[in-house]
Ligand binder design. Sequence first.
Ligand code: URA
Length: 253
Amino acid sequence: MSDDVSEPQGDPATGPNETVKLQKALASRGYGSRRIVEDLIAEGRITVNGTIADLGRRIDADNDAVEVDGVPVGVAADLVWFLLNKPGGVLSTAADTHDRKTVVELVPDDVRVWPVGRLDMDTEGLLIMTNDGDLTHRLTHPSFGVTKEYIAELDGTPSRADLRQLREGVELEDGITAPAKASIVADRIIKITIHEGRNRQVRRMCTAVGFDVKRLVRTRIGPLADRQLKPGEWRRLSFDEVRKLNEATTVSA
Ligand code: URA
């Protein structure tokens, strides 16, 4: 057993839990060297279960809630985060009753992961797959308003008035859409950035201003983009990217 892992302490109710030094847990999650993390602790910027941590703090990485500058940080050792470029024709659910291909079949299966939010079967582009329930909640809950950017190929080119309507809000059957960004990228191609996650929202917004979406690709999730990842390819998120996602989902409305 290494110097950094304690003897099992154990809660009689839940059985023994190993603890690990806080600076080791955070350093392994990309928060810099242990020295840097020690400085963060000394500056009082890290809390464990809501209490400012001191330098000798050990944590149960699976159960304790750790925050850096108020940003929740997943420190459990078995957390994984993948970024998938979802191809068209694949379902973004964990399992399908009709035996159709799902996104979980496109990433490693040694740990059970799920897609964060949904893309329509025909929509392509970036999708996070993880077993980090806390981050999933924050990325999908409307109060955090994480922005998602899409490139949409339409059956025509919207006018300035159409774009203004997309930006200011269009009336859908489930209510008017929140302010969005929309711009022309090329003939018949627009870039649209929304921070809501309603069902088929981009397609319905485009239909509402008179256009059919021929192809829809998600190109950004909050701070996360990747132009190199090809359809069907996946990669692990770096700890730095996970940290940025945590930071992007800290302030709730
Ligand atoms: N908007 C849509 O219309 N479809 C998606 O898959 C995502 C956003």
